[in-house]
Design a binder for this molecule. Structure first.
Ligand code: TDX
Length: 289
């Protein structure tokens, strides 16, 4: 459903498992480049059960790197995350900050990140890595905080805020992230990692208030729930390196969050059936019990 809008001669969709070496080798054959986004991506799910995270994010990355090496494809972009650095109370992470992940999810992404680096150093596979801050925008699965809050409010439900809502995240609109990946692919230096950030930070309570205000909902829609174990206090990136490639974010938060709320309001068909699905409901029940 997510790819439907793109189903055209520009996109060929192959359904397969990233850990299936044969399927991956067949998909990669004859391609110019690899953009590796394939991952289990939700921190809370990794806390409930980390197995799939280690399999997909670590072994899946090794399978892709190996397939790219065997096929001799061109540039390989590993889409990593700011979470590989862990949490920072003050200041900003640079690309040479220590890798110190705190959740099973972040540890699995950091492992993939380090494997990608190793394939550059050992085999000269032309790897580039991006480490982006928190994304939001259309088609984001309604487990992440922005689509969860927006869709809950459309459904007339409360929004679950962890702890006191004091944790801080740096926010980027998905299209700006896509353009950053394109810039790194075209102009990045092989073997290098690039932070992708906007310098726009909000704590989760402020984020909730912004969304409530724009959707005309009262503050009483917030339900304070148990905090996430090992909850990283703050992610914040120094993105000066990617700016030297000529990239900078084009969407300000206000415009981007309005676009996002509008998208979820106009595309109920995409997310209502996801939220009604058995596996989604089972996850929500476990997570917010
Ligand atoms: O119900 C919620 N209530 C809440 O208060 C959820 C789902 C989240 N939160 C808080 C936790 C975080 O401080 O909101 C913040 C954002 O949470 P998520 O949307 O789960 O994102 P985060 O944990 O910051 O990780 C995201 O950014 C880095 C992505 O999920 C990762 O894939 C990415 O690597």
């Amino acid at each position: 459903d997510t790819l439907k809008a793109l189903h055209s001669r520009q996109v060929k969709f192959i359904k397969g498992n990233v850990c299936d070496a044969k399927a991956v080798a067949a998909a990669i054959k004859g391609q110019d480049a690899v953009f590796h986004f394939a991952a289990e991506s939700h921190v809370d799910r990794s806390i409930l059960n980390s197995q799939a995270f280690l399999t997909t994010n670590i072994l899946g990355t090794q399978v892709l790197l190996e397939a790219a090496r065997a096929a001799g494809t061109g540039r390989f972009v590993y889409v990593s995350t700011d979470e590989v650095y862990g949490s920072v109370a003050k200041g900003f992470f640079t690309e040479s900050s220590a890798i110190a992940p705190n959740s099973p999810y972040a540890a699995s992404k950091a492992s993939g990140d380090l494997l990608a680096r190793a394939y550059w150093r050992t085999y000269k596979l032309p790897v580039l890595t991006t480490r982006c801050c928190n994304n939001f925008g259309p088609y984001q699965f309604p487990e992440k905080v922005v689509p969860l809050f927006v869709t809950n409010l459309i459904e007339g439900k409360k929004i679950p805020l962890y702890g006191k809502g004091a944790n801080v995240r740096e926010w980027i609109y998905v299209e700006d992230h896509c353009r950053a990946i394109d810039a790194v692919y075209r102009k990045g230096e092989l073997g290098e990692a690039y932070n992708v950030g906007t310098d726009f930070e909000l704590n989760n309570l402020e984020l909730a208030h912004r969304i409530l205000d724009l959707m005309g909902k009262p503050k009483s829609s917030i339900e304070y729930v148990a905090d996430r174990p090992g909850h990283d206090l703050r992610y914040a990136l120094d993105s000066s390196k990617i700016k030297k490639l000529g990239w900078k974010a084009q969407y300000d938060f206000e415009r981007a969050i309005r676009l996002t709320i509008d998208w979820y309001s106009e595309n109920l068909r995409w997310w209502v059936k996801l939220k009604k699905g058995k596996t989604y409901r089972a996850y929500i029940k476990k997570q917010y019990k």
